[in-house]
Design a protein around this ligand. Structure first.
Ligand SMILES: [Zn+2]
Length: 327
């Protein structure tokens, strides 16, 4: 299976490479990252959280090397590397991607090339030749598919070298068991949730964010039910310390460091909104009638968005459509 995947990957890589070369005159939307600072927060055990612009990075450091979860945007790679160096002088050995969105995988190629992995890549994979000099990139195989579907995919050096297609993948690194589980059809169809078992930290990717309602990326296989399942799985794994605070620490895709209590609130909020919309659908309401009832009203102050790609209105629409289909 791995060999076949690698052959397919090589062929498709070649196609995408051509696409990139022919489109070299196309400029990506330019965003200025000059003022972005990368802040490093020690979470607990071997785990640190890096906050800047884009998805949060989870960093695990130890005797064997450095493992990071997600890579933000490419222009931030030097700053991220400097932040990593403030914690460890070991090579970046693993990059795990929680999903395929640009604000989480943008720096893959830069940071993978700043790393090294003693195992190297599969020799028949033309594009992974010499992969021993760069970090391994681990992701669910649907992340690969989403990269290929992107108009301006990240450079090939940042593509996953180590995909999995089952429900989970285990790693043991720096004396710690790391459980990577696929959360089907949640934020996207390629979400991985990463549990650092000894440090007792969960890195959630965009299944959970403290800054807004969840972005349910329907075009990439996301669904409300998948997000709820993912949140419930986090609640299953997490164990609070005294008075329901601390214990298992949870690093969201975006926003501040949290624990089980925050995820619990978020899951309940989502369930309440879902039930309100489901009730209106049962009453025969149309989408515009449901919107008129303002089913998210009491949470909008904290989680609502009026601009960007996934506004509160879009959020209601996605839930309405998903629940209507099920009825
Ligand atoms: Zn995302």
């Amino acid at each position: 299976m791995i060999i076949n995947l690698n052959i397919i990957r090589s062929i498709i890589s070649a196609t995408a490479l051509c696409f990139c070369l022919f489109n070299s005159g196309v400029t990506l939307a330019q965003q200025n990252f000059d003022d972005v600072e990368i802040k490093v927060l020690h979470v607990q055990g071997n785990i640190y959280m890096l906050v800047g612009e884009g998805g949060n990075i989870t960093l695990q450091a130890g005797e064997q090397g450095v493992l990071i979860v997600d890579t933000m945007f490419a222009p931030l790679s030097d700053k991220i590397f400097a932040a990593i160096r403030s914690v460890s002088d070991k090579p970046i050995t693993y990059i795990i991607n929680t999903h395929g969105h640009g604000d989480h995988i943008g720096g893959n190629a830069n940071l993978a090339q700043m790393g090294s992995n003693i195992a190297g890549g599969n020799t028949i994979d033309l594009f992974a030749a010499g992969a021993g000099n760069q970090a391994k990139v681990v992701a669910h195989e649907n992340v690969m598919a989403s990269i290929l579907a992107q108009e301006n995919p990240i450079p090939i050096e940042g593509w996953p070298t180590d995909t999995y297609y089952t429900s989970k993948k285990d790693l043991f690194f720096n004396g710690e068991a790391i459980m990577i589980t696929h959360q089907p059809n949640a934020h996207t169809d390629g979400d991985s949730l990463i549990f650092f078992r000894r440090s007792d930290v969960i890195s959630t990717g965009d299944i959970f964010r403290t800054t807004a309602y969840p972005f349910i990326d329907v075009a990439n296989g996301g669904s409300l039910q998948g997000v709820l399942d993912g949140l419930n799985y986090i609640l299953d794994l997490a164990v609070p310390a005294d008075r329901q605070e601390n214990g298992t620490m949870i690093i969201p895709g975006h926003g501040r460091l949290t624990d089980e209590a925050d995820v619990l609130d978020y899951r309940d909020m989502l369930t309440i909104i879902r039930d309100r919309i489901a009730y209106r659908i049962d009453q025969g309401d149309s989408l515009s009638q449901v919107k008129a009832t303002e089913p998210t009203f009491d949470y909008d102050d904290r989680f609502g968005l009026n601009s960007g790609t996934f506004t509160t209105e879009k959020f209601i629409e996605v839930i309405y459509n998903e629940l209507s289909i099920r009825n």
